[in-house]
Ligand binder design. Structure first.
Ligand SMILES: CNc1ncnc2c1ncn2[C@@H]1O[C@H](COP(=O)(O)OP(=O)(O)OP(=O)(O)O)[C@@H](O)[C@H]1O
Length: 169
């Protein structure tokens, strides 16, 4: 049975805009254990809220530099995630992927760097939406994911793949 969406996505907008960055290189993905803030204790990509006047790409690069002390090269936007949350403000998240970086991933106050084989992603320690879209991101395909959450659980989801994002986003 296809459940009707609890959200009217045609009028949905989010008060919080954020980013995620995934470095994927030689069959491995660079993730973080987040030490504080929303999702503390979970494994995720580096990322965070977009500052005023900043583009999503600039934010994704800045957050990765702040959290892991590395500078990613040529990030490409692959996805957008629309999160309708039950207990925190809704989030629109831009997802970037990069294949290379300068520097050495280093633990900071915000994050512990962790490399995983792409065949061995620790979904049980991640946000519950990640298992839907991360495999598509690893294939290098574009996507739009919409998720309604009840607490920490996905109560409704939709994933559209092979979306065309505007040039330069
Ligand atoms: C609901 N399902 C979810 N699935 C995957 N990722 C999710 C997520 N919900 C939030 N995220 C990401 O988590 C980071 C929060 O970070 P962020 O806004 O920095 O939170 P934090 O409380 O630390 O705030 P500051 O920006 O430090 O003020 C940010 O990248 C955001 O995209």
């Amino acid at each position: 049975m296809i459940r009707p969406s609890p959200i009217d996505w045609s009028t949905w907008s989010a008060p919080v805009h954020a980013t995620l960055m995934f470095v994927v290189r030689e069959g491995r993905i660079l993730l973080i254990e987040k030490k504080r803030g929303l999702g503390a204790g979970k494994i995720n990509g580096p990322g965070g809220k977009i500052d005023p006047g900043e583009t999503p790409r600039e934010c994704a690069m800045r957050e990765t530099e702040e959290e892991l002390l590395i500078r990613v090269k040529d990030p490409v936007k692959l996805g957008e995630l629309h999160f309708a949350m039950s207990d925190v403000p809704d989030i629109l998240c831009h997802v970037y992927r990069a294949g290379d970086f300068d520097g050495v991933p280093t633990e900071t106050d915000e994050a512990v760097p962790l490399w995983f084989a792409t065949a061995d992603i620790p979904y049980h320690r991640m946000w519950s939406d990640d298992r839907y879209w991360l495999p598509v991101m690893l294939e290098g395909r574009t996507f739009l994911g919409r998720f309604a959450f009840t607490g920490d659980d996905v109560s409704w989801n939709q994933l559209v793949t092979d979306v065309e994002w505007p040039e330069g986003e």
